[in-house]
Design a protein around this ligand. Structure first.
Ligand code: SAH
Ligand code: SF4
Ligand code: F3S
Length: 466
């Protein structure tokens, strides 16, 4: 891999800030205080990107609002991971014709992972004329320029050229929460799992410089952030493209030594690159949450090979055993795909038995969705939809039972939790493992870590008392 990551030069970012100033001045001269709405689909990576879009919009003079109706700018930040996700976006894009009719100055933008698919951008060009601008994740840093062009040139803008990808530091961010923050540590993916569209729409893997990440984390912690989640499609390969000799465990250890009352989480870990060093580091530092999201995708080594996952059932189980040995309280979650092309009943049984063996706290379960342009979309798939649904239901039933049992075991235990919000009359809190607890208490406690005794449990959440 090349040891060179393309950074966007500071001068080019300054040029974007100049566009922000021009847009703000334009609104000011019209005596208008404009509003903007950002709608986010997909994973935490997109949530983090939306915080940057909002950061830019605020710098352009916009107030961020929570609905498209009446907004001067609407940005739809999309996800392409499964067909269902895309259909939802197209449906909602259609509905925006009405908000635009009621507010003729409304400018509509589509960005995110779908904007990296040529078939999607063609469809927007041809059939969604009310969309004023489309830009892929590679061009997010140019959003002020795109917005300025739409406002001043009266022409639709498409910034969708594919590229390996770059890193832009210093884009302003408006964060969703004052207690929890996402920090992207790397972008893109090199793994090309055969079912997955991410490498095609987000480009090659590239790591931010460690000093930039550390500076951001330090600032967040000093500003009162209690939980930092480090983000990347495969955080365990952090640093491979950097000139320095650093890896993800080094990065974790460096953040974990900052002073302050906070926890570090991270996602996602690819099992291939999850090392003993990583688990040792997690075990060693109290500020690293004992929580691991380690997607296995399938329990069948044959299917894992067809998925191009670069590990087999045995290596996966060995890694999990090592992690559990080092961290007896580890909360383990995972992703699994049912109905990959060629998955037989026997392969499926292996997935079920792996789940029984590992006993995850919870699982994100997916039915295989062919993504155009990926190798798996061309693989022969003779299993019927009904059969896939049957397997899916069986798997969910198994996992629900396990989640409930694991939650049940928490009853009576006292855990240190971050009280993070309110849900009606109750407070909400998160355990170190990320489990949701509801309890009664004084809202003044929000933002503090407290010992909470678990009094009850269901499949999805728990109740507790201070
Ligand atoms: N980088 C992460 C995954 C990101 S996508 C990792 O490798 O672990 C999140 C999850 O979506 C994947 O783990 C996978 O389970 C699911 N997924 C991705 N592509 C899919 C597809 N084509 N059909 C069904 N599920 C898919
Ligand atoms: Fe997709 Fe695989 Fe990359 Fe995850 S590691 S984003 S599943 S290609
Ligand atoms: Fe979706 Fe893109 Fe994330 S495809 S899951 S938003 S990386």
């Amino acid at each position: 891999m090349s040891k060179q990551t393309t950074a966007i030069p500071q001068s080019q970012l300054e040029a974007q800030f100049a566009y922000c100033d021009r847009i703000a001045a334009r609104w000011h001269s019209q005596g208008v205080s404009p509003a903007a709405y950002v709608e986010t689909y997909g994973c935490q990576q997109n949530e983090a990107d939306s915080e940057k879009l909002r950061g830019y919009l605020v710098q352009c003079g916009y107030t961020i609002v929570s609905q498209a109706e009446g907004a001067d700018v609407v940005v739809v930040n999309t996800c392409a991971i499964r067909d269902h996700a895309e259909q939802r976006v197209f449906g909602n894009l259609g509905a925006l014709t009405h908000t635009k009719r009621r507010h003729s100055g409304q400018k509509i933008f589509l960005c995110g992972c779908m904007a990296g698919e040529p078939t999607v951008t063609e469809r927007i060009r041809a059939s969604y004329p009310h969309v004023d601008g489309v830009f892929s994740t590679h061009h997010l840093w140019q959003f002020p320029e795109i917005l300025y062009r739409v406002l001043t040139q009266g022409k639709r803008q498409f910034f969708v050229e594919d590229e390996p990808g770059s890193i832009a530091e210093g884009i302003p961010q408006v964060r969703d929460s004052r207690l929890k923050a996402w920090v992207s540590i790397m972008y893109g993916c090199n793994n090309f799992c055969t079912y997955c569209i991410v490498p095609y729409v987000r480009g090659r893997e590239r790591s931010r410089r460690m000093e930039d990440i550390l500076a951001e984390c330090r600032e967040l912690i000093q500003g009162g952030i209690r939980e930092i989640t480090l983000l990347g499609q495969n955080v365990n390969s952090y640093g491979k493209d950097l000139p320095e000799d650093v890896d993800f465990a080094d990065l974790l250890a460096a953040i974990a030594q900052f002073p302050g009352d906070f926890l570090i989480r991270f996602m996602t870990s690819h099992p291939r690159d999850a090392s003993e060093k990583l688990f040792d580091t997690m075990a060693r530092y109290p500020k690293i949450a004992k929580q691991l999201h380690l997607p296995f995708q399938s329990g069948s080594s044959r299917i894992l090979k067809a998925m191009n996952r670069h590990y087999d059932r045995e290596t996966y189980l060995k890694k999990v055993a090592y992690a559990k040995e080092k961290m007896p309280d580890l909360v383990l979650t995972s992703d699994v795909i049912v109905g990959f092309p060629g998955e037989t009943e026997e392969d499926f049984r292996e997935t079920m038995s792996l789940i029984q063996q590992v006993r995850y706290d919870s699982l994100f379960t997916f039915i295989f969705s062919p993504r155009p342009g990926t190798p798996a979309a061309k693989m022969e798939d003779s299993t019927s939809k009904e059969e896939k649904n049957r397997r899916f239901d069986q798997l969910c039933a198994l996992q629900n039972r396990i989640s409930q049992e694991i939650h049940g075991d928490y009853v009576g235990r006292t855990l240190r939790c971050l009280i993070d919000g309110q849900d009606g009359q109750l407070l909400t809190a998160r355990t170190e493992g990320g489990r949701l607890v509801r309890l009664s208490g004084d809202p003044a406690l929000i933002g503090t870590y407290r010992d909470i005794t678990i009094t009850g449990a269901s499949t999805w959440s728990m109740t507790g008392a201070l």
